[in-house]
Write a protein that binds this ligand. Structure first.
Ligand SMILES: *Cc1c(COP(=O)(O)O)cnc(C)c1O
Length: 398
């Protein structure tokens, strides 16, 4: 054999093209549990990139519960939920989640999924369809976009936060079934969707409001119930998705909605039906995450996170770069130029700070940024060190 296989050569050329535009992404190997202080590719780093907002990913009680779950239920579920994989651990978790979300949703039932990506595919493919018009916020997460495609609905994209534009679209819609779909906390800016206004539109036009609260569940609201609690929203039109791999520190997700919505998903959502149920040990561990989120420790961890967010805003005073107002754990710092943002992230990495740079097309042209995520596991001194390092780099740039 001489030379490369034709199919492989074509792929390698595509990869080389990514390389040439500095768009090739690389995996880094984390060699220690998820925490602010991590070992990465053999080096100690201070990390500001995880979604472990409450620091539960390596919490001793959650780790112990995962071990206990494996001892009680075994390692694997063995089958999909509707065949024989639905264990007591999954059922108990779903009951807990429903009880937890009951102040925000009437006749609530919860359905657990192995990931948020799957939950979004399941939700939209069960509720969408050729006779459905789906109104999708411009900055929605990729999993909602893919779910909308899978659902074969007629998709209309409305501009970011633009309630008036959505009102026009809903008014003009002739579809019998309507679905408005939005992230609650936008993952590149940390801002909130105008959910109260969206919900009253949905009530006016008999549309469902599907809320993806991946970055809000566990973090927002006095009890950590997420954005619905924070904004004091409750309505039969609401369908809520929360993830359990971010603030809850483990993995998976859930949909909480009226019991009829959930029953329909169990009957019809292919991404729920045709996949092996996740390990029951994970569902068991998540009950401990919920205990922590709901209890006094959760309150203390959210308070710590919010004091770090306040400290970031007080101390991060760049001369040219731009801090975006965000009350969530996601704190972007806009640098502007792509190459400069990459260079700053690389310089920080050299100094032992792990902060991702985000470029177009993920964010609008000219707004390349550092995306800092804060966690209750950080200490104020960690944030102070990062702020000092960034401000020093900005000074050198001038
Ligand atoms: C992370 C995320 C998801 C996907 O959740 P996973 O559990 O990681 O699959 C969905 N939506 C949003 C907005 C997210 O940030």
């Amino acid at each position: 054999m001489s030379g490369k296989h034709k199919l492989i050569a074509a792929l390698d050329a595509q990869i080389a093209a990514l390389d040439a535009q500095s768009l090739r992404r690389r995996l880094r190997i984390a060699e220690s549990p998820c925490a602010p202080h991590v070992q990465v590719d053999g080096r100690p780093m201070l990390a500001f990139c995880s979604n472990d907002y409450l620091g539960l990913a390596s919490h001793p009680r959650v780790i112990a519960a995962l071990q206990e779950g494996a001892a009680l239920y075994g390692a694997g579920s063995g089958a999909s939920h509707l065949i024989s994989g639905h264990s007591r651990a999954h059922a108990l978790l779903e009951e807990r989640l429903a009880a937890f979300m009951s102040p925000q949703i009437e006749h609530v039932r919860a359905l657990y999924f192995s990931t948020g990506y799957m939950a979004n595919l399941a939700m939209l493919s069960a509720l969408g369809g050729a006779d459905v018009e789906l109104f999708s916020e411009e900055l929605n997460h990729a999993s909602l976009i893919d779910g909308a495609r899978l659902s074969r609905s007629q998709v209309k994209v409305y501009p970011h936060g633009d309630v008036a534009q959505l009102a026009n679209l809903l008014r003009d819609s002739k579809a019998a079934k309507k679905l408005v779909v939005t992230d609650s906390v936008f993952s590149m800016d940390g801002d909130l969707a105008p959910l109260a206004a969206l919900l009253s539109l949905c009530e006016q036009y008999d549309a469902w409001l599907v809320v993806d609260d991946a970055h809000g569940f566990g973090v927002l609201g006095a009890h950590g119930r997420g954005v619905l609690e924070q904004l004091d929203l409750r309505s039969p039109n609401l369908i809520y998705m929360g993830t359990l791999g971010k603030a809850a520190g483990v993995s998976g997700a859930f949909v909480a909605a009226h019991a009829s919505v959930i029953e329909w998903m169990v009957q019809r959502a292919r991404p729920y039906i045709y996949t092996t149920a996740s390990s029951p040990a994970v569902a068991h561990a998540l009950q401990t995450s919920l205990d922590i989120i709901e209890g006094a420790e959760g309150i203390a961890r959210r308070a710590q996170l919010h004091s770090l967010i306040a400290y970031w805003h007080e101390s991060m005073r760049p001369r040219q770069w731009q801090v975006i107002a965000s009350d969530t754990a996601i704190q972007p710092l806009v640098i502007g130029d792509n190459a400069k943002a990459m260079q700053i992230a690389a310089a920080l990495y050299e100094q032992g700070y792990w902060v991702p740079a985000i470029r177009p097309p993920t964010v609008p042209a000219g707004t390349a940024r550092l995306r800092v995520t804060l966690s209750a596991a950080h200490e104020k001194a960690d944030v102070a060190r990062l702020v000092a390092a960034i401000l020093e780099l900005e000074k050198i740039q001038e």
